[in-house]
Ligand binder design. Structure first.
Ligand SMILES: Cc1cc2nc3c(=O)[nH]c(=O)nc-3n(C[C@H](O)[C@H](O)[C@H](O)COP(=O)(O)OP(=O)(O)OC[C@H]3O[C@@H](n4cnc5c(N)ncnc54)[C@H](O)[C@@H]3O)c2cc1C
Length: 371
């Protein structure tokens, strides 16, 4: 196996320090005031958290550390955990591509958190699943493509950030447009960002509407042209990484339930689900995810089906764990500063972010031939 030298040095003690000493004290502030924790995102980068999964298809890539680091952030705050996923996914796209320019010029900065960004693939994924029309349209011009349209949500996005997305290009004489995937720089001419914070949770995610007005996308920013083979390569890792968010929030919900065993255990024991029940499902999920994390470039349908099922279980267990955490914590979790109500609002995000529960069930039905 050709193992590629890592772009960063991972420091687990520093990851723990950033999570416990910097992030934990401000999680309410992030939630209440919708503050994007940019310093923390950069500190995770300095700790090497975004650089452990970028060895590429031939480099012996393992997603374990990336998933566990994302879980640690999500244990404290899902806004931050999701931003970690966005950053990891941006790096995942570039590292998985054959684009040497992006790998040399952009990837090291992404791996270290010096360049921030994410992914605008919800709409393209839903378009590929025939759930909604593709919002970005491109046309071939000298040296690249000219792209227009609007992406409603791209998170972890700052003015000089980057994100991966896809656009359609009409093919003369064909009803089927070509799909092209590329990295976009938020500072390019014709790109306009507008922060969108109208959510019940996840307000600390720097989520933007991104408008494209005849944006020139140069050839050296392309990831897949045409995109289908590249999509097949990246989709298991893209989806599996999201399980880090689920694992982190479930672990914290278990902790919240255990914290009230002393004062409320005498009555909480009558609740239908106990921490041990959730913990057994959590342990099984994490074991399955971390086993798959070792082979993220397995392109078989059987592997992708297993990934989709784990991702579905993660979203459903996150919502279930947060529901039981709220019932176990009672009123102390229901006050404005209560962790349980925040976790409940955040947990639904795991179940609705693309691929959402309904989208996952559609893809699973299609792969199993029951659609
Ligand atoms: C906090 C947050 C951050 C996100 N970050 C990203 C990101 O970084 N990258 C990314 O690609 N996607 C992002 N998304 C989008 C997300 O991944 C999902 O696409 C989204 O949650 C909806 O998915 P769904 O499959 O449930 O679609 P549905 O909600 O079932 O359908 C979505 C459709 O509903 C329409 N719609 C949206 N809002 C309204 C409304 N208020 N009224 C009527 N129609 C509406 C949309 O145009 C869209 O066509 C983010 C969403 C949220 C809430």
């Amino acid at each position: 196996m050709n193992v590629v030298a890592p772009l960063t040095v991972y420091d687990p003690d520093e990851l723990e320090r950033v999570s416990a000493d910097l992030l934990a004290p401000i999680v309410r502030k992030i939630d209440d005031e919708r503050i994007y924790p940019e310093d923390i995102m950069r500190a995770y980068g300095a700790a090497g958290a975004y650089g452990t999964h970028l060895a590429g298809p031939q480099g012996g890539t393992d997603l374990t550390t990336a998933i566990l680091a994302m879980a640690r952030a999500s244990e404290e705050c899902l806004s931050t955990g999701f931003c970690v996923w966005c950053q990891d996914t941006l790096g995942w796209y570039i590292a998985s591509s054959d684009n040497d320019y992006l790998k040399t010029e952009i990837l090291p900065k992404v791996a270290r958190g010096q360049a921030l960004g994410g992914t605008g693939m919800s709409n393209p994924m839903k378009a590929m699943g025939e759930i909604e029309p593709m919002r970005l349209k491109g046309e071939r011009v000298e040296g690249g493509y000219r792209v227009k349209g609007l992406l409603p949500w791209v998170s972890n996005l700052v003015d000089d950030g980057y994100f991966g997305t896809m656009f359609h290009v009409e093919v003369p004489g064909s009803d089927t447009p070509k799909r092209v995937m590329a990295i976009i720089h938020a500072g390019w001419d014709g790109i306009k960002l507008k922060l969108d914070h109208e959510f019940v949770a996840m307000g600390g995610t720097a989520t933007c509407n991104v408008q494209f007005r005849d944006v020139f996308v140069p050839d050296n920013f392309l990831l897949g042209d045409p995109a289908p083979a590249f999509i097949r390569r990246i989709r298991p890792g893209f989806t599996l990484l999201q399980c880090g968010m689920a694992a982190g929030i479930i672990k914290n919900c278990l902790e919240l339930m255990k914290q009230v065993e002393g004062p409320l255990g005498h009555v909480n024991k009558y609740l239908e689900k106990q921490p041990a029940d959730i913990e057994a499902a959590y342990d099984a999920l994490v074991a399955d995810v971390l086993e798959m994390a070792k082979t993220p470039y397995d392109e078989s349908d059987a592997f992708y089906l297993r990934v989709l099922k784990a991702r579905l279980a993660g979203g459903e267990l996150a919502v279930e764990a947060a529901h039981w955490a709220q019932l176990h914590c009672g009123a102390r979790g229901y006050v404005t500063h209560g962790a349980a109500q925040r976790r409940l609002r955040e947990a639904y995000f795991v179940a609705i972010v693309t691929p959402a529960t309904k989208h996952l069930r559609k893809m699973i039905a299609e792969l199993e031939g029951t659609a």
